[in-house]
Design a protein around this ligand. Structure first.
Ligand SMILES: Cc1ncc(C[n+]2csc(CCOP(=O)(O)OP(=O)(O)O)c2C)c(N)n1
Ligand SMILES: [Mg+2]
Length: 270
């Protein structure tokens, strides 16, 4: 078993590496990725059932990243578990690299869906969860969606479908960081009361501090124990978490840190 403080160390490495990657690439989305680092670390180091050496194991759990723009956090997490080499991280967004700016399913092991166009990941994951259920297998499909991504109608189609088939093997994490591309979510398209919306679609809802590793693990355990409906975990997170000048500021949604900013950020992430 991995301890909480070990997972926190992995989350710190994920934050440091994803910022370096985005800086070298000259393009990327630091705010959401930094906010998702603790959940990525908890999923790969503790929550999910898989063997890093066996991506084709038909009994392992699945993580579908629907808000594909935060994929540097996932690549960095895959490096933490040894599924890819740290040196490969520095090829982000280069021509011919397996690490494109948004996930490409066929390029890397453990990339379950191709994403980037927001809104489709939940529906794709629901199809997988239904297939798993029809096969009578015990596997979980975890999905990460952004809060701004919830503006996409397709999310709610997926939510209805998942409820119709009572896909209790599907667990969604909503990155509730209150920002999207060019503003705060409640200014652009108000989502509240968000829990009530999911509940009215037939989902079990929990809300957690998405930076508290213990809370993340416990919420996933609770969700796995529910056997008659899908679960959503609304994870309250801080965009840019860990870097003072990025925290809470939507302008870091898709802005690359320059050399000075990277240096300052890495000094803070220790
Ligand atoms: C269908 C579609 N429309 C627009 C975009 C452009 N886009 C990329 S990320 C983003 C904001 C999404 O908000 P959220 O999921 O909350 O991301 P965060 O800013 O928190 O990282 C938008 C509009 C896209 N990728 N796909
Ligand atoms: Mg957001």
């Amino acid at each position: 078993m991995t301890t909480i403080s070990q997972i926190e160390k992995h989350a710190l490495n994920i934050r440091r590496n994803l910022l370096k990657m985005i800086h070298i690439a000259g393009s990327g989305h630091p705010a959401g990725a930094l906010g998702a680092a603790d959940i990525m670390a908890a999923l790969y180091l503790e929550i999910m059932n898989y063997n890093p050496k066996k991506p084709h194991d038909e009994n392992r759990d699945i993580l579908a990243l629907s808000n594909g723009h935060i994929v540097p956090a996932q690549y960095a997490a895959l490096a933490e578990i040894g599924a890819i080499a740290v040196s490969e991280l520095w090829t982000l967004r280069q021509l011919g690299s397996r690490l494109q700016g948004h996930p490409v399913r066929t390029l890397l092991p453990f990339m379950e869906i191709t994403s980037g166009p927001l809104g489709s990941g939940l529906s794709e994951a629901a199809g997988m969860a239904l297939g798993i259920k029809m096969n009578g297998a015990r596997r979980f499909v975890y999905v990460i969606v952004g809060d701004g991504e919830l503006d996409e109608g397709n999310i709610w189609e997926g939510a209805m479908f998942t409820n119709k088939y009572a896909l209790s093997n599907l667990i969604v994490f909503v990155m509730r960081n209150n920002i999207q591309l060019d503003g705060d979510t409640e200014d652009i398209m108000p989502l509240e009361p968000l829990s009530d919306k999911w509940r009215s679609f037939g989902w079990d809802v929990s809300e957690i501090d998405g930076h508290n590793i213990k809370s993340i693990i416990e919420a996933a355990e609770r969700a796995r124990a529910i056997d008659n409906q899908p679960s959503v975990i609304i994870a309250h997170t801080i965009p840019g978490k860990g870097v003072s000048f990025m925290e809470g500021d939507y302008r870091w949604h898709g802005k690359t840190p320059d050399a000075q900013e990277l240096k300052k950020a890495l000094e803070e992430l220790k």
